[in-house]
Write a protein that binds this ligand. Sequence first.
Ligand SMILES: [Ca+2]
Length: 471
Amino acid sequence: MISDRYISLRKALTLILGCLPLTQLHAAKQGDVPNILLLIIDDQNTWQLERAGRYAGKVVAPNIQRLAESGVNFTHAYTASPKCSPSRTAFLNGVAPWKSGHTDNALDLKDNPALMNSTTFLKQFQDQGYFICQSGKIAHGYDIGINPDIRFNHKRDPAPPDAPFNGISKRNGTKVTESDWGPTHLDESEMNDTLKADTAIKALQMDHDRPFLITCGLFLPHMAWWIPQRYLDMYPLDELTLPPLNDNDLDDIPDEGLRLISGTYAAAIEKDQYRKGVQAYLGTTTYADTQMGRVLDALEASPYKDNTIVVLISDHGFHVGEKHHWQKGTLWEDGTNVLFMIRAPGVTQPGQVADNPVSLLDLYPTLMELTGQKIPDHVDGRSLVPLLKDVNSPHSYPVFSAYQDHIAIRTEDYRLIQYSNGEMELYDSQKDPNEWINLAQNPEYQSVVKELSAKLPDFEMLPYVREGKEK
Ligand SMILES: [Ca+2]
């Protein structure tokens, strides 16, 4: 029995503590505020989106498509930076790369006041009393300042010991290198990304008395692509549709743009491995879709399905031959366009498509608003809640992406890229979705070049990032 003395003590404490922030003192209860399921896929391009003029081949991704159709699908969402670390740091901390200077994979938080003085949204939710599950790859190589209730670490699967050599990778025994692919020797249930999904599923199956933020970050389709044979079989080599390519595409690309193009695509063509590479990327995309589908099924089967916001994103785009490039690290549409979809019970309606340019930086303020939290002052980006409520509500803002010391602006109609030496590319995104015709020197477009250039923020990449930047 609770004594009167205890009750008066509790009243007194409530009076005192009521003046302090709610966050550290009273964990919110399950049902008070929405839960969040955050799904992140690494190096996932947007071939699933079926955007006009873009990749037209078959992509088996029923689970991601089902999620997209259950809420708002942002078809023109862009990364703030087209590599893992700068992209994730930007959307987790809410700090634009052109403000932090963190625009490539080298990272040293100690030297970066903009990032050191920021707080990740995971920490915000932990401070609100949320149960946190951190499964797999969420941040890239740094501590995001939380102590999760459940953590499953990210690991890469090994290459099969007897895998044939494709002539492109620099494989060393079973040590994984990139540009490598084929059937895995592992059972699907043993694969690290399967275990990441298992962890998120276990977290969803728990009895929660607090609201939760459950994250699941898959590594695939980041290279290397070792996957079960059944996923390769879904894409017979002789039935593949290859991405759209233009033989003369590079003729009007300035030198700094050409410098960002890797030799992998040329090597794949030379070694007659291109179709196999496309097949492996597609198969890996379907494997990732399958794992995310398992997590979504677990949510549907849980008591939390009607009170859980679901977000799915990829961290940046990925070229599989488009613009004669393979991989990431470009400021073109293929390098920057990402998956970004949100289902928020009571806010979104099923089957909504928003084609306004939006940024992954918008994730942080959107999650804050959806859960009734104040958006911290340091957070860049803008809440997408108005678009979640009504995709026809006015929302017209340019979106920026920075990589090394180069920067791009994307509007509804154009993409302008400005390289560090002043060279530029301009594309008409409506008429030329594959960005084959650089209009930066075209006299008819000089007013557009001038108008978009004037909107670009000044920035400088940090010295340690510059020193560590990948060629
Ligand atoms: Ca990545």
